[in-house]
Design a protein around this ligand. Structure first.
Ligand SMILES: C[S@@+](CC[C@H](N)C(=O)[O-])C[C@H]1O[C@@H](n2cnc3c(N)ncnc32)[C@H](O)[C@@H]1O
Length: 197
């Protein structure tokens, strides 16, 4: 989510882009999820942005890879990139048991409210005070749309405390395991897998 030795600030991104462009976090999630897709799987990419992760999983053999994003700008860009996309909040628009794999690279930068300014890039980057503004609601709702045997794959940063994320998942009745991790200058990126116990 940015370069440099200092912890990234949401303010650094102001006016730079209106849709989050694929970065090292997108790439780690896409590479990890790609290994788990089986031919014929139905995939949902939550917070799809440009559609990069969904497009990667379609290319890996998914029967269908759909994106959802709250931002109309992201929806337009994903559609332009050939990804079927719905505008909506997390998994809310979708039916029960609909997906074999649900991916999510959430907005996760811990951001004090006084640094927020309510534009679409803030929605793409800010994870609120603890970085888990959307991580927790995702864990509360993803199970409903997972097909039997399905799994959620979420990118988590050391900035948002992966152990706390896994503990909260457990409270929601989801087991978890770490599938991948990478060190970057100011954070470690981790991909967690969530599944029904
Ligand atoms: C860090 S970006 C990731 C974009 C893309 N998936 C990638 O990896 O390059 C997070 C995305 O989540 C979207 N988003 C934020 N809140 C959302 C919500 N409540 N429901 C769906 N998408 C949301 C943002 O608009 C943004 O596109």
């Amino acid at each position: 989510m940015g370069d440099g030795e200092d912890r990234p600030s949401l303010a650094d991104q102001r006016g730079v882009e209106s849709v989050y462009q694929p970065a090292e976090d997108s790439d780690l999630l896409a590479r990890t999820a790609r290994e788990r897709v089986e031919a014929g799987d139905t995939v949902l990419d939550v917070g799809t942005g440009s559609g990069y992760v969904a497009a990667t999983l379609a290319d890996a053999g998914a029967r269908r890879a759909v994106g959802v994003d709250v931002s109309p700008l992201a929806c337009r860009e994903a559609a332009d990139n050939g990804v079927p996309v719905v505008r909506g909040d997390l998994v809310e628009p979708f039916q029960r048991d609909a997906f074999d794999i649900v991916t999510f690279n959430p907005p996760y930068l811990p951001t004090p409210s006084e640094q927020e300014w309510d534009d679409w890039m803030e929605h793409a980057l800010s994870g609120g005070d603890d970085g888990r503004r959307l991580v927790d609601p995702f864990l509360e709702t993803v199970e409903r749309v997972l097909a039997p045997g399905g799994e959620g794959l979420m990118l988590v940063s050391s900035l948002t405390d992966p152990d706390a994320v896994r503990a909260y998942a457990s409270e929601q009745g989801l087991a978890s395991e770490q599938l991948a991790s990478e060190k970057h200058p100011y954070e470690a990126l981790v991909v967690l897998r969530f599944y029904r116990v």
